[in-house]
Write a new protein. Structure first.
Lengths: 115, 116
């Protein structure tokens, strides 16, 4: 158990809908990362937050957004869902994540299925 | 941006044999190279990592080597056991990110199967 928690574990929804994925980092970690894992794209970095502020951005779609709250938990919002958004979404956390390459610990993931 | 290539995509070994997985990266500014193991239905788990100022690191049956000149790094697993069967991912982190971000770029993964 990495100490990173994600909810829900599974999510099934329809095209056009909006969902929210939640992540709680390990105790003491200030940075949160979101990754998408699909069969054709592999593990892709979406976005990183550090202590409430956006720190790095990957190939995140405009339909997707994220935020990190004062208690350091994070939410990933996916809207206008398409079939191709079906994937595993992982959250990771690290102690700092700013200026140094510190270890990222991954959560168990949320499996999103868009029908 | 960074690009990480990983080979082979599948690897089958006999129990007790060694397994080697290789990765190459494109960004010479990359300075951190972790390896993750992912079992079915679970998130990636860090098994070993290496920083660019080190050429080799070992942890029991697992070792990683880094060749900065050639921009490649490898994972070595000795005395493989059935519980080593999983998907292994290499990754690279570039130090050249604006704002000091910590993005990892992952390889495409290697499905390792250890047969009895």
């Amino acid at each position: 158990d990495s100490g990173v928690t994600q909810t829900p574990k599974h999510l099934i929804t329809a095209t056009g809908q909006r969902v929210t994925l939640r992540c709680s980092p390990r105790s003491g970690d200030l940075s949160v990362y979101w990754y998408q894992q699909s069969l054709d794209q592999g593990l892709q970095f979406l976005i990183q937050y550090y202590n409430g502020e956006e720190r790095a951005k990957g190939n995140i779609l405009e339909r997707f957004s994220a935020q990190q709250f004062p208690d350091l938990h994070s939410e990933l919002n996916l809207s206008s869902l398409e079939l191709g958004d079906s994937a595993l979404y992982f959250c990771a956390s690290s102690v700092v994540g700013q200026g140094v390459a510190d270890t990222q610990y991954f959560g168990p993931g949320t499996r999103l299925t868009v029908l | 941006g960074e690009n990480v290539e990983q080979h082979p995509s599948t690897l089958s070994v006999q129990e007790g044999d060694s397994a080697v997985i290789k990765c190459t990266y494109s960004d010479s500014a990359s300075n951190y190279f972790p390896w993750y193991k992912q079992e079915l239905g679970k998130g990636p788990q860090l098994i070993i990592d290496i920083r660019s100022n080190v050429g080799e690191k070992k942890d029991q049956r697992i070792a990683v080597t880094l060749n900065k000149t050639a921009k490649h790094f490898s994972l070595h697993i000795t005395e493989t056991q059935p519980e080593d069967s999983a998907v292994y991912f290499c990754a690279a982190r570039s130090s050249g990110l604006t704002g000091g971000g910590n993005k990892l770029t992952f390889g495409t993964g290697t499905q390792l199967k250890v047969e009895l």
